[in-house]
Unconditional design. Structure first.
Length: 78
């Protein structure tokens, strides 16, 4: 982000998109973890656990974006 650039409030469409992304990342992490637990192949388990970590990182990024924007969110729906 450019230091002098001011953040704008997220639109309802953007908030819906982020909520969908959070839901998808959560689901993908759970599916990867379940498949890793069921797999007998250590290489596949390791790859799937790497995917779990990546999906959790994506989730953290999305939640952090919401937290940053929560300070400038309007107090009443527009």
């Amino acid at each position: 982000m450019i230091p002098n650039q001011q953040l704008q409030p997220l639109t309802s469409k953007e908030l819906d998109y982020i909520a969908d992304c959070i839901s998808n990342e959560t689901m993908l992490a759970k599916h990867c973890a379940a498949t890793a637990a069921a797999s007998q192949n250590p290489a596949i388990q390791q790859a799937l656990l790497g995917f779990v970590k990546r999906h959790e990182q994506h989730l953290d990024t999305l939640v952090n974006a919401l937290q940053i924007h929560s300070n400038i969110a309007p107090t009443q729906p527009q």
